[in-house]
Design a protein around this ligand. Structure first.
Ligand SMILES: [Zn+2]
Length: 224
């Protein structure tokens, strides 16, 4: 019902992508040696249905202990509540700066939260996922890097698009710095929070986004 793409398949790592539909963000499922993690859960029915998608993939919510969230927005987080009810051992991994608002909006207890600060690793089976703090779209926005793949949330999208910075805690200058930061990483594929996923040469898409964001910054200065 919610079509998915197998974005990566090796012996140690499988990644499935459910591309956004309606109000929902993209959601990603990572599987490595019997452990499953989710990156962004989406808005929930009828726009997305992460629980149903896991079922279609013959995966169980019982195997999901880590739910990684790129940032606070509802299109990425709203279905957390329904998911947490499925498995008492499941925890939400979210950056310190975006944590409290999500806990408050979705009424999530402290015991279900694992706070991220940036630069730590989260292990899923044999896969190592690096947390990169990339503020700009929101102050607690993070990217996740898993070998040559980067999950960018709403920092940057395909074809030079980037996340808006006019919502609470958004900051255009920080977004530019965050784009510069991820350009220093050794990456090839980009799995963003919305729209098309990029299987190779992601850096060219990010470079274009940086150019576009810098141009916008320059225009802002002209107006001031
Ligand atoms: Zn967003």
């Amino acid at each position: 019902m919610y079509p998915y793409i197998q974005a990566k398949s090796t012996e140690d790592l499988k990644i499935y992508a459910v591309i956004s539909y309606g109000l929902s963000s993209n959601t990603y499922i990572i599987e490595s040696h019997g452990e499953t993690a989710i990156i962004d859960v989406g808005y929930g029915p009828p726009h997305s249905n992460i629980i149903e998608t896991l079922g279609e993939l013959k995966m169980s919510t019982e195997d999901v202990r880590k739910v990684l969230i790129t940032h606070r927005h509802r299109d990425h987080t709203r279905d957390i509540k329904r998911l947490l009810e499925e498995n008492d051992n499941m925890k939400i991994y979210i950056h310190r700066n975006d944590r409290d608002i999500v806990m408050e909006n979705l009424k999530i207890g402290k015991d279900r939260i694992y706070t991220l600060y940036g630069d730590e690793n989260v292990n899923v089976g044999k896969a190592k996922i690096k947390v990169i703090h990339t503020p700009g779209h929101t102050s607690g926005s993070i990217c996740f890097q898993c070998s040559e793949i980067i999950f960018t949330g709403d920092l940057v999208f395909a074809n030079g698009e980037y996340g808006r910075t006019d919502l609470p805690t958004g900051n255009h200058k920080e977004l530019i710095k965050s784009l510069e930061r991820i350009l220093t990483l050794n990456i090839n594929a980009m799995l963003p929070g919305h729209g098309e996923i990029i299987f190779k040469e992601a850096r060219s898409h990010i470079k274009l986004a940086l150019k576009n964001a810098m141009r916008k910054q320059a225009t802002k200065h002209d107006n001031n």
